[in-house]
Design a binder for this molecule. Structure first.
Ligand SMILES: Nc1nc2c(ncn2[C@@H]2O[C@H](COP(=O)(O)OP(=O)(O)OP(=O)(O)O)[C@@H](O)[C@H]2O)c(=O)[nH]1
Ligand SMILES: [Mg+2]
Length: 317
């Protein structure tokens, strides 16, 4: 058993390494320019490093924290060589992240005492909500859970069909109504169906776009309230999906969404094919809400439970 676990996690690591390739290439080419011709870490190197981190979408606040830590080390060791900068950066980022939000899982698991466990997925349009739901359903099913999907994004007909495609691909039931029907009513039906089937996990898709933001937030509140008529403490998770390839924009979305509605965890998608993967470091440092999943491709297997140590390790490899 352990043997297989090992194989799986090394595979997981390889996929992560590959997914972060563009981010790393970009980061390290900037980093090597920042230290070019310099033997030790001095003020100029630190200034350049600050620029590298900010331009890699780590975010200003997190960058300042990292620079401060490196300054402290330089103060202790005046002759700190630039050849060590890589190692030190990795250590300081890992230690910075270990101080922030905990509660990290390593596998696709749900708490055993909540049945069905209800996950409501939110986020603006196009960030990868439906895809993430499909990938999550696949992983939960693989872990032995009975999954039901709810198509509460009734704003577009294509949205319902897209979730249907994922449900068929994974082989899990979906509860749907016509386009334009009340999302809260779909969510209600989904929970009732899940309870009657004795399902373990319910994942509810929601619309990212409505006539305006206030409408959207009101609707999400209504969906929650109606779900509670079936499962008293639902939703157990409100998962906010963010598109990592938008860099600082993802950061802004996280700010706005968490201010407007309760969010319990985050998923950052599309980290493959972007040089902006550093945004995950900033997001996990700056938000009290943990990053739970990362998306590193369009395929069914391309979702991972986020582990900050593995992430930093892949980043600096
Ligand atoms: N490369 C890559 N593409 C992704 C990832 N996650 C999602 N996508 C793609 O992003 C696009 C949008 O994904 P959706 O799942 O439809 O996004 P959504 O948030 O449901 O969008 P709306 O329903 O329009 O609000 C699709 O083409 C997905 O294949 C990822 O991790 N990597
Ligand atoms: Mg969708």
């Amino acid at each position: 058993m352990n043997f297989f676990k090992k194989i799986f996690s090394s595979e997981k690591k390889e996929t992560l390494d590959k997914g972060l390739e563009q981010t790393k290439t970009s980061f390290f080419s900037k980093l090597s320019k920042a230290v070019a011709g310099k033997a030790k870490v001095d003020d100029e190197v630190l200034d350049n490093l600050e620029e590298v981190l900010v331009s890699s979408d780590v975010g200003v606040n997190t960058t300042l924290k990292i620079i401060e830590r490196i300054e402290e080390r330089v103060a202790r060791d005046k002759y700190l060589g630039t050849d060590e900068l890589n190692k030190i950066l990795r250590e300081e980022i890992a230690s910075l992240l270990s101080e922030t939000n905990s509660g990290e899982a390593s596998e696709f698991e749900i708490p055993a005492n909540k049945k069905p466990y209800v996950i409501m997925v939110v986020g603006v349009n196009g960030v990868g909500k439906t895809t993430t739901i499909g990938k999550l359903a696949y992983q939960f099913k693989k872990s032995g859970y009975k999954v039901v999907l709810g198509a509460a994004d009734t704003f577009r007909a294509a949205a319902i069909d897209q979730l249907q495609v994922w449900a068929d691909r994974v082989g899990v039931p979906i509860v749907r109504q016509q386009m334009g029907s009340d999302p809260a009513s779909v969510a209600f039906d989904t929970l009732q169906s899940a309870v009657s089937q004795d399902a373990d996990v319910v994942i509810i898709d929601t619309a990212g776009r409505l006539h305006n933001k206030v409408n959207l937030m009101n609707e999400l509140t209504k969906v929650k309230r109606v779900m509670q008529k079936v499962v008293e403490d639902a939703p157990h998770d409100v998962l906010l999906v963010l598109d990592g390839s938008t860099g600082q924009n993802a950061f802004e979305q996280a700010k706005q969404f968490t201010a407007a509605t309760e969010v319990s965890c985050l998923a950052v998608t599309k980290l493959d094919g972007t040089a902006k993967g550093g945004v995950v470091i900033g997001i996990s440092d700056q938000f009290q809400i943990p990053v739970k999943y990362i998306g590193i491709g369009e395929g069914i297997e391309d979702l991972q439970v986020f582990n900050k140590y593995e992430f930093v390790d892949s980043f600096f490899k």
